[in-house]
Design a protein around this ligand. Structure first.
Ligand SMILES: Cc1ncc(COP(=O)(O)O)c(C=O)c1O
Length: 414
């Protein structure tokens, strides 16, 4: 939780000024307490006897964060062999892993099979064939769930809308039935479920309800043909409050979902990412210099779009606060920009702040799709990641060093 004492910013009672002094900037800082609270809020809204929560690792894949969730008994939604390795390293239970993604490679499917994951969320007919073939050649039976595309408008940013007919994700709902039949008949496949994921940062319950009802309808038609599934997975996507959005209340969400699931024997799976870690992280940065181009004031900070891509990619809004609150100079509007050679390298626009060169700022709600989307663009070492827990702090990822940037590169010897 954020608080102020003597104008200084604290996160879970830890001084952000002290943390910046110890670990440097830019640094992502996460609250274990908030992550656990968010996870338990979802868990309590649903009943654990009918629902499984699989954290979407892509939102934040640091093994220190995954470890917190593994210890809470969470399952995991992964999209790559790399994410599988991370979950296993963090102590996650492979039997609670669902493997999503439109382009799983052979080695990733083999890894999933060898580790006996809960299921592969299959996104196409071609992928179903591939998994069946690999399972057959490994003399194994692959657990599969088919991801259908319910053609639902999630009413979110087009780049994070995934449930429309035009998107690359999932299997067209009208042609899904024969693929379920195909999976049901294959001796190397164990058809266990159906799933969908309609988008991210969704702020209304209705699109979820509509998608679930489409899935339930199909599940019942399949049952009529003797194809019985054991779970229905409605993906992730519940949004968080970045600015003034009215967000979904988990109890309201759960009661709507439960209404639809009444008399439905299948278990429910959720794949929340952002809603577990989004508001549990902030990005600490330092103002390198201030400049004015005759039209606008710019605060150039030591974090850029390589550290936090969301504003550049989606025009998304993050609250920005000073680590030390000033009374002077008078606040004026600032464009908060990074040092990267791109006009899209901005973190925030027109923010009224009282700042001077060298000040520390905190960019809030960066726990999801922050570090996990970061890069080394402009040869910038990746930020450190710090966990605040039990009134203490732990470095869960060291700041990259300059030598790390070209550690894997080779000079020709001739
Ligand atoms: C298949 C799948 N499941 C879950 C998620 C997590 O979504 P969110 O972080 O919005 O909860 C995503 C994110 O895009 C996804 O693609």
């Amino acid at each position: 939780m954020l608080s102020r004492e003597d104008n200084q910013l604290f996160f879970d009672k830890i001084s952000m000024k002290e943390l910046a002094k110890k670990y440097g900037t830019p640094s992502f800082v996460y609250s274990e307490e908030k992550i656990v609270e968010n996870f338990l809020t979802i868990k309590r809204a649903f009943s654990s006897t009918t629902t499984d929560i699989c954290f979407a690792v892509k939102a934040n894949s640091n093994i220190g964060i995954l470890q917190i969730l593994a210890r809470q008994g969470a399952g995991f939604d992964i999209v790559s062999g790399g994410e599988l390795a991370r979950v296993l390293k963090a102590g996650g239970d492979p039997k609670k892993i669902v493997f999503s993604g439109v382009g799983k490679q052979d080695w990733e499917i083999i890894e999933g099979l060898q580790n006996e994951i809960r299921c592969f969320n299959v996104e196409s007919a071609a992928e179903l064939e591939k998994i069946a073939q690999i399972a057959s050649s490994c003399s194994q039976i692959a657990p599969v769930s088919l991801r259908v595309n319910p053609n639902i408008d999630a009413k979110t940013h087009p780049y994070i809308s995934t449930g429309l007919a035009e998107s690359k994700f999932g299997i067209k709902i009208d042609s899904a039935e024969h693929l379920f039949q195909r999976a049901h008949e294959d001796p190397h496949l164990n058809l266990v479920g159906i799933d969908c994921h309609i988008g991210s940062q969704i702020t209304e319950i209705e699109p979820f309800r509509a998608a679930l009802n489409i899935l339930i309808n199909l599940v019942q038609r399949l049952a009529g043909k003797g194809i019985n599934l054991s779970h229905i997975d409605i993906g992730g996507g519940v949004g968080i409050k970045y600015k003034d959005e009215e967000v979904i209340n988990w109890n309201d969400f759960a009661s709507e979902i439960k209404k639809s699931m009444k008399d439905i024997p299948q278990r429910l799976i959720l794949e929340p990412g952002r809603s577990i870690v989004g508001d549990a992280g902030l990005l600490l940065a330092k103002i390198i210099l201030l400049k004015n181009n005759g039209q606008k004031n710019f605060a150039v900070i030591d974090a850029g779009m390589n550290d936090l891509l969301r504003p550049a990619l989606y025009g998304s809004w993050h609250e920005i606060v000073s680590v030390e609150k000033r009374t002077y100079p008078e606040p004026v509007d600032w464009e908060i920009v990074g040092p990267i050679c791109e006009t899209s390298d901005f973190l925030a626009k027109a923010r009224s702040l009282s700042i001077v060169e060298g000040d520390l700022i905190a960019i809030l709600d960066c726990g999801a799709y922050g570090f996990s989307m970061s890069s080394n663009y402009n040869s910038r070492p990746k930020a450190a990641e710090i966990l605040v827990a039990d009134k203490s702090h732990f470095c869960i990822r060291n700041r990259e060093k300059i030598s790390d940037l070209f550690f894997l590169e080779n000079l020709r010897s001739t």
